[in-house]
Design a protein around this ligand. Structure first.
Ligand code: MEV
Length: 441
């Protein structure tokens, strides 16, 4: 028996790992161990494909002939609902992870992100055709709704045991002879596609009987508007100040103008939302989730007023701070599919300390709000090319053999000269080595 008077202090982990971007992947994994995010063996397991192999791939999809890799990176500086978090991102586009980390740092200055999420409702649709009287069929379905809910629950005892289950039967009229029944089901930590599709298929004959109609398609809807997440953040003016912009209010107003552009113009709104999805999708891919479903739902949601609009809003808050919100459908899963069988995905979920589907939705949404903020801030100030080229210069410097502080020195020279060739990086590096041999400061 332990001494009950001895209390174990909770481990405080920080998501601010300074200089992380300058280090090698191996050193970064060691930093995760030092910062107590992972145990040493877990860190080793993150290397390479994270344990994903051909047998695992073969069990996931058909006709496997090999594996396809993507970089797995960590976005830093995230504070979500008061807790520091590392955000795993799998993505091929340069700058996204750096952008998310930068914006998360700005938001952390205002206390970080706060998340609210709907219960995890996934909705099945059953199409009912050849309806003779839409009014009579609708009335019959509404009258039988309590019974139908009980029948759905009887089909999913395991989901019920986990706290999920049928929540609502909704009937919509599509035309003079067609209805659609929506079965809203709480699928807990599952995205729920298999569950609700199976329910829809099993219940369709009964629904057709009640409605005196013929059952057509039985499938979930990816317009998951009962499963939305909202994430908010505010950035104090002081955090918006940059080298080139000494007045945070100017940066804020530039972001507000960019927001207005997206609100007025669908051509811009699509690109604005692409910047949101840069963050959301990278987290979903790292965590083995169905990003196609989320993409489809996000863009339909963005058009729900009849005009395609930005998924985020930005405005002015207390003391002139910049305030932002992302509100979108986000159906996620931490139970089932790749989230259960892909070892790399399991590691990413553990590393990010994801506690369930709603938590993952909050994490992905925070990443989406962050990448949107970073894009608007860059576009409305110096443009995005400067940042992209600075990152490119660092990569060239590192590939040429620069390490530690030398990466910054070589990258800065390459950026100043606007020459990003590896030979030039090697020349600068050799000159720096000669200088330090000669004892120059
Ligand atoms: C590039 O991947 C994303 C941006 O185009 C987003 C935006 O324009 O807001 C930079």
């Amino acid at each position: 028996m332990g001494d009950e008077r001895v209390k174990t202090l909770p481990v405080r982990r920080t998501s601010r790992l300074s200089g992380f971007y300058q280090q090698s992947p191996e050193r970064r994994r060691a930093r995760l161990v030092e910062a107590r995010w992972v145990a040493p063996e877990e860190a080793e397991g993150l290397a390479g494909l994270g344990g994903f192999d051909e047998a695992c791939a073969d069990s996931l999809v058909e006709n496997v002939i090999g594996l396809h890799g993507l970089p797995l990176g960590l976005a830093l500086n995230f504070v979500i609902d008061g807790v520091e978090r590392l955000v795993p991102m799998a993505v091929e586009e340069p700058s996204i992870i750096a952008a998310a980390s930068l914006a998360a740092r700005l938001c952390a200055a205002g206390g970080g992100f706060s998340v609210t999420a709907d219960p995890p409702i996934t909705t099945a649709q059953v199409q009912l055709l050849d309806v003779r009287s839409v009014e009579a069929s609708l009335a019959a379905l509404v009258e039988k709704a309590p019974e139908l809910l009980a029948e759905v629950d009887a089909l999913i005892p395991t989901m019920r045991a986990r706290g999920g289950g049928a929540r609502e039967v909704e009937v919509r009229v599509l035309d003079a002879t067609t209805l659609v029944v929506h079965l809203h089901i709480d699928t807990r930590d599952a995205m729920g596609a298999n569950c609700v599709n199976a329910v829809a298929e099993a219940l369709a004959p009964r629904l057709a009987e009640v409605a005196r109609a013929r059952a057509g398609l039985k499938i979930l809807t990816n317009l998951a508007d009962r499963r939305t997440v909202r994430v908010r953040a505010h950035v104090p003016l002081a955090a918006l100040v940059t080298e080139a912009f000494s007045d945070g209010a100017v940066v804020r107003d530039g972001i507000l103008e960019a927001q207005r552009f997206a609100e007025l113009d669908p051509y811009r709104a699509v690109t604005h939302n692409k910047g949101v999805m840069n963050g959301v999708d990278a987290v979903l891919v790292a965590c083995g989730n169905d990003w196609r479903a989320v993409e489809a739902g996000a863009h339909a949601w963005a058009s729900r007023t009849g005009v395609y609009r930005p998924l985020t809003t930005w405005g002015v808050g207390v003391e002139g701070a910049l305030e932002g919100e992302l509100w979108m459908p986000l159906a996620t899963s931490t139970a089932g599919g790749a989230a259960r069988t892909h070892p790399g995905v399991l590691r990413a979920l553990r590393l990010a300390r994801v506690s369930g589907a709603l938590d993952l939705a909050g994490l992905a949404a925070a990443a989406g709000l962050a990448t949107n903020l970073a894009a608007l801030r860059a576009l409305s100030t110096e443009g995005i090319q400067k940042g992209h080229m600075a990152l490119h210069a660092r990569r060239v410097a590192a590939e040429a053999g620069a390490q530690g502080a030398l990466i910054e020195i070589v990258a800065e020279r390459l950026s100043r000269e606007r020459v990003y060739r590896p030979e030039r990086a090697r020349e600068i590096l050799a000159a720096e080595a000669a200088r330090s041999r000669e004892g120059c400061p």
